[in-house]
Design a protein around this ligand. Sequence first.
Ligand code: NI
Length: 138
Amino acid sequence: MPNLVRMSFSIEEPLLKKFEKILKERSNSNRSEFVRDLIRDQLVQDEWQRNEEALGTITLIYNHQARQLNDRLIEVQHHHHDAILATTHVHLDEHTCAEMIMVRGKASEIRHIADALQDQKGVLHTALSMSSTGKKLS
Ligand code: NI
């Protein structure tokens, strides 16, 4: 564990009130932990902007009865087999599927995979959760 260093900063009172309101709404948070989380969020955004190695989770919602959609989705994933770490498939109802695909690679490749999956006809919704390999977060 690195040494902890205390710091202080100035902030406008109305903004401080908003900050304290946010903290109150989060049940398990203190000021220091909140600021650390904000800094790490920014570091992750920077990793994505600089197109570094990142971790992403792509969530797909689709109707499995759409023409050859399963085959097309699997084809895209096989094309990027080196980057795809794991896939979880959940049957939401009689027709609707949810698939969560965990991807590790350059940020641009993760975005490309998400776009290629979203472009398949029959995909109802795609969400990309942008996270980090964690190497630079401590
Ligand atoms: Ni299914």
